[in-house]
Design a protein around this ligand. Structure first.
Ligand code: HEM
Length: 383
């Protein structure tokens, strides 16, 4: 159904190669078009300002996740994969699964893992310092999460290389069935069955998060089929996001060496630096919601069952929200006090309200303490 004539219409395709190559170039156009706009290429609504993106994410009753957080509407279309019991649900199902996962990823368990994660981080940093030159994406941003994540879940050794391939296909499946989707979907042909195999109870080691989910099914908090899907959530949501978050941070420092020097001189800033890097270049650029009923957003009345694309990354740099939000002209750590990131702030405040606030927040709280300050001091500015 076409929107009211007062809604600005844009011909831009946010899933085209040109847009994806540099989304930030197009964000002013999106934000300036209006609080809500219509994307003609896909017949969907969009919002890119902080106020509307934030409002929609907080309002699960009107902007639901259960009909998919991608372009596909699960009410009428076949999902790419069996829907996630976390990301693609609303309360009351979401409350149950989320509280189950919260008990698996408890803060005390995370703290217990910190020494091991730190040791691995130090070993990797030592190796990279000794090498003197390294590829920050492959050798650091991908290597570090892959060195700790599969063991944390309790996965077997074989086939771990499928994790990145699967995560890429999953994230690209949130968009249209274009060439980007087809390419990563084809590449993931072997990874999809492997992920399903890896999530089965008999393929998980005792003591890992994966087995802990199955123990929740033993306790009657979910059934075995649900446990399988919940373990899959770790594998789809935990790798690509972390890799991109680290890679984006290194890129930010490469562009702002003064900020790298500031961090090197004062390693206690590392938490702020990582959080600000998440705002500066959001690992999760967009997510969809579907209107559950007729609802007003930013002065626009949306019909029931409408898909709306929320541009998290554009909201993260909305000048209506902060002075000088464009970090390209600004700085990384210095701008921290006035910024936020999508994980920490673009999510509802309370689980009971259906919040999809990532488990990442907890993990980040621990992981940002893992970066070993002495090694950081040895890295020079040519990152
Ligand atoms: C820098 C790293 C990360 C970023 C930027 C990130 C970002 C996000 C965002 C924006 C959402 C909300 C999606 C929505 O509202 O529709 C989310 C949800 C989620 N994330 Fe992350 N994430 C990160 C790391 C992780 C990790 C390491 C894990 C698990 C090991 C994880 C697991 C999840 C899960 C299970 C959800 C769904 C939560 C729910 O619906 O209750 N994420 N993440």
């Amino acid at each position: 159904m076409l929107p009211d004539k007062t809604v600005p219409r844009l011909s831009i395709d946010p899933f085209s190669d040109g847009f994806l190559a540099d989304p930030y170039e197009h964000h002013d156009l999106l934000r300036d078009a209006g609080p809500v706009f219509w994307l003609e290429r896909h017949g969907i609504y969009g919002a890119a300002r902080h106020a509307e993106v934030s409002a929609a994410l907080k309002d699960w009753q009107n902007f639901c996740s259960g009909r998919g957080v991608g372009l596909d509407d699960f009410a009428v279309e076949e999902p790419w994969r069996p829907p996630s019991l976390l990301l693609e649900t609303d309360p009351p199902v979401h409350d149950r699964t989320r509280s189950l996962m919260n008990s698996v990823v408890g803060l005390s368990g995370l703290k217990a893992l910190t020494p091991l994660w730190r040791t691995k981080a130090e070993a990797l940093a030592d190796r990279l310092v000794a090498q003197r030159h390294f590829d920050a994406v492959a050798d650091l941003a991908e290597a570090y999460p892959l060195s700790i994540f599969p063991d944390t879940i309790g996965m077997t050794e074989e086939g771990r290389e499928n994790l990145l391939v699967y995560a890429r296909a999953t994230f690209n499946a949130f968009g249209p069935r274009n060439a980007v989707f087809t390419e990563t979907d084809r590449a993931a042909r072997d990874a999809v069955p492997w992920i399903s195999h890896a999530c089965q109870r008999e393929n998980l080691r005792p003591g890992g998060w994966g087995m802990a989910v199955y123990e929740q099914s033993d306790a009657g908090n979910c059934d075995a089929e649900e446990a399988h899907l919940l373990v899959r959530s770790f594998l789809s949501a935990g790798v690509d996001t972390t890799v991109t978050g680290i890679a984006n941070m290194i890129y930010a420092f490469a562009l702002h060496p003064d900020q790298w020097r500031m961090l090197r001189d004062n390693p206690s800033l590392r938490r702020k630096a990582f959080e600000e890097a998440l705002r500066w270049d959001s690992p999760v650029q967009t997510f969809f919601r579907t209107t559950a009923r007729v609802v007003e957003l930013g002065g626009t009345v949306l019909p029931a069952g409408a898909k709306i694309l929320l541009f998290l990354a554009a909201a993260n740099r909305d000048p209506r929200r902060w002075d000088q939000p464009d970090a390209r002209a600004s700085v990384i750590i210095q701008s921290y006090p006035r910024v936020f990131n999508p994980v920490l702030s673009l999510s509802p405040p309370a689980l009971s309200k259906g919040g999809h606030r990532g488990l990442a927040r907890r993990l980040i709280a621990v992981r940002r303490r893992v970066v070993p300050p002495p090694r950081a001091a040895q890295w020079n500015t040519n990152v």
